[in-house]
Design a protein around this ligand. Sequence first.
Ligand code: NAP
Length: 552
Amino acid sequence: MFGHMAQKGLKVKTEVSHFDMIVVGAGFAGLYQLHKARNAGLKVKVLEAGEGVGGTWFWNQYPGARCDVESLDYSYSFSKELEQEWDWSERYATQPEILRYLNHVADRFELRKDIHLGARVAAARFDDITHRWILTTGAGEVYEAQYLVMATGGLSAPQRPTLANLDAFAGAWYHSAQWPKAGVDFSGKKVGLIGTGSSGVQMAPLIAEQAAQLTVFQRTANFSVPAENTLIDAATLRQAKANYPQRRAIALESYGGSNLPANPRTAKEMTAEERIAEMEFRWRGAGGGHRMQRVFADVMTDTATNKLVSDFVRSKIRETVRDPRVAELLCPKEDLPFGAKRLCVDSNYYETFNRDNVELVDLVADPLVAATERGLRTVERDHELDVIVFATGFDAMTGALLAIDIRGMHGQSLRDKWANGPTTYLGMSMAGFPNLFIITGPGSPSVLTNVVHSIEAHVDWTMALIERARKDGVVRIEATQQAENAWVEECAHAATTTLYAKANSWYWGANIPGKPRVFLAYVGGAPAYRKILESVAVNQYQGFKLSALKRR
Ligand code: NAP
């Protein structure tokens, strides 16, 4: 079939490829979406901007990159065979291992034949007459499908602050999420690292080991907890595999969709000794990581409980870092509740500041001014550097979606619709944008959970809806404006009942100048969210308008 495209005043024929579903992105979400939709009999094409599958794990190849959700949880549960045949080697797998896993998934389920790599989608337009989506890639290819699934990821649009004079810097610079595939050799180099979020705390210890000098430029001290990473030995792996059903069942019922035992008691229900014991146990004994975020039932809702945990972590930082001045700078300030900015999980981050070749620059006292030919200038001094690393995060949850010119009914632009912040129904669907689904979009638990779990939940749910629609002859599925408004209100209200409200975090879009301040995820937790999805489905997909329209 051929469409027509005006080019330089001439009508030229452009080949249009037709599908039942186009999926944008070949990370965890896109791969599973393809598998699931293809098994349901749909003709699917995945368009992926990268030259390989893997999404986040394809791009973020910086030193020390690993997932801080345990791999036995941060892995697909849809295939029991896959669970049994894949051997995770570490509790928290490294980026290369996760990328190998995703490549294995792509091969094992023969996904590659339906994935177009190096295809960056530039625009997507809903056709009001055919009820189908028309996509154009940067290279000018045109695709057309009934369903459009955005599997573009919540943390995939890198954010680099405007730094005056960067062009004049004679050395090399890198962003954590656009890391060169050949790697970077820091040997003998003076390295400046800007950013101390999850990416920065993971890479600092490794860069420090290799580089001649590491200068860490910190604006806000955030809380980081020890990963307590370990290798998984054969016996442990065998047992874990035998217990997978139980493990997944626990994850299903946990707030964050992983196997983290939550303390059901509030701090007030425990004695002072019990509280200390619980925190110590979770800091090291119980395995570290995000367990600390579940240390008390009220840690994210009660200011006094949160301060207890904050003080505990600050005491650990002071115990670890030998120079008291540096330790104080690394201690998060009193106005930042523990966990309100995304908790960092590290291996030897604070210990790194005991090295002779590591310096911490406090950008609050001495702000960054500009790059220079030989490094970075802060108000008080010049820092001589060979390499600058930006670990400055992402335009979270909306950045990748708004990078594409998405237009729904009557040509309405998503950029306009979201001018005051993202609005969705259930974090996956939008009024005015029929047949479009976002996997783990704004307004879903997504980034507050084990995202693989949330991805599977979204893909399964949307596919059940699509299959039902296909059976009933429905050609158009759209969220009602009323349902969307109610969900937006529910998400906003839920966020303000927690201490997440107290931090200027990327959860609120606060890291992007001018971004509307809207809490970008649903804080009610994965189980509560799942029950909402179940209830919507049972109630004839309440909040959706399903139209069995005939094509004109
Ligand atoms: P991030 O958490 O947003 O951290 C960005 C860091 O850069 C912050 O310290 C921020 O300081 C700093 N920064 C930003 N702009 C700056 C500027 N103009 N001047 C100085 N400093 C600036 O980004 P991230 O570390 O890449 O992590 C993002 C998210 O990705 C994480 O929260 C997590 O969800 C996910 N992630 C997960 C893992 C994992 O599983 N282990 C690893 C990496 C990332 P301020 O705080 O002052 O803004």
